[in-house]
Design a protein around this ligand. Structure first.
Ligand code: HEM
Length: 120
């Protein structure tokens, strides 16, 4: 079985650092923070973990029974917000010294989820 990027970059400990950094970058942006104002902090952290882990090769079933479409229905995520979140993830991965080819693959995966997440 092919190794996932999640495993290649050290699994939970390394991905935890990536998640922390990504979380900080997202929460510094009012444009992204606003989606999480009424979400309990625990769920917000869980979200960042799910976001990073999923696009690095873990399946959604490890995190939630809901499909990406169901999970984001009614939130009203805009195209600009999606782009910004993707950009911040890419910045985080560069800072974590993830190889460029792998970043490209991750961003492709992010882009493939776009239609299920963006509503506006
Ligand atoms: C590829 C991109 C993304 C992935 C893989 C992803 C992943 C997830 C997952 C797995 C859940 C469900 C969590 C659960 O039910 O346990 C979720 C919910 C949610 N997502 Fe995303 N997400 C992405 C992009 C975004 C973006 C760009 C935003 C807003 C800026 C966002 C905001 C939310 C919110 C507010 C929830 C509901 C949280 C709650 O009520 O607990 N997501 N996402």
């Amino acid at each position: 079985m092919a190794q996932t990027l999640f495993d290649k970059y050290g699994g939970v400990p390394v991905v935890t650092d990536i998640v922390r950094d990504f979380y900080k970058r997202v929460m510094r942006r009012p444009n992204l923070r606003r989606y999480f104002v009424n979400v309990p902090l625990e769920n917000v952290i869980h979200h960042q973990i799910a976001f990073v882990s999923m696009v690095m090769g873990k399946t959604p079933h490890d995190y939630s029974g809901r499909s990406m479409k169901e999970a984001h229905r009614g939130i009203g995520i805009t195209s600009a917000s999606f782009e910004l979140a993707a950009q911040l993830l890419s910045d985080t991965l560069v800072a974590a010294e993830v190889e460029q080819d792998d970043i490209d693959a991750i961003m492709k995966k992010v882009a493939s989820l776009r239609a299920d997440i963006v509503e506006k």
